[in-house]
Design a protein around this ligand. Structure first.
Ligand code: PNS
Length: 159
């Protein structure tokens, strides 16, 4: 049985994230989504909110598991018994950095990273861009799951 860990900040989750998860479900026996508790960038949503948005957005896939983690990704992978870390790649600009992370994680623990090419229609999508467009009054409803669209509207209205 192969367990895949899909890590991220998910601040907020986008349809790009769901696309990667959907493909992992058909490839791996067990899929665990790892939500980093303290992302390097100042998050718009708390870790609880990000995990809840992921749970609701993945409700059609009851077997997907969720874990919150702090510290090293490889320690989280060890704890959940993952043999593989999976990352989505949107463009070559992602590749340089992601390759560096993959090689460091392999150095630290021997774990392998697999890259999933994002669907071409979602290649321009990122959580940062979604937040920026939403904060400036743009429509992001097509780019994020419905629960995330609602949470963004609520958060922006509160600001
Ligand atoms: O969605 P993001 O922000 O691109 O996710 C980045 C994440 C959480 C995968 C990355 O920051 C990470 O792996 N954090 C854990 C800390 C760690 O292990 N650092 C060493 C990486 S080689």
């Amino acid at each position: 049985m192969t367990t895949a860990l899909i890590p991220g900040s998910f601040d907020p989750p986008t349809k790009g994230h769901l696309d990667v998860i959907a493909r992992c479900i058909s490839l791996y026996d067990r899929v665990v989504v790892g939500v980093v508790l303290n992302p390097s960038k100042n998050p718009m949503f708390t870790s609880e909110e990000r995990i809840e948005m992921m749970r609701v957005s993945c409700a059609d896939w009851p077997h997907v598991e969720f874990v919150a983690f702090d510290g090293l990704l490889v320690d989280c992978a060890r704890q959940v018994g993952a043999e593989v870390i999976v990352k989505g790649l949107r463009a070559m600009t992602d590749f340089d950095y992601e390759l560096q992370l993959a090689q460091m994680n392999r150095h630290l623990s021997g774990i392998m990273t697999m890259f999933v090419a994002t669907a071409p229609s979602l290649g321009y999508l990122s959580s940062s861009l979604v937040k920026e467009v939403a904060l400036l009054g743009g429509d992001v409803d097509d780019l994020v799951p419905p629960a995330v669209a609602a949470a963004l509207k609520e958060r922006i209205a509160d600001e």
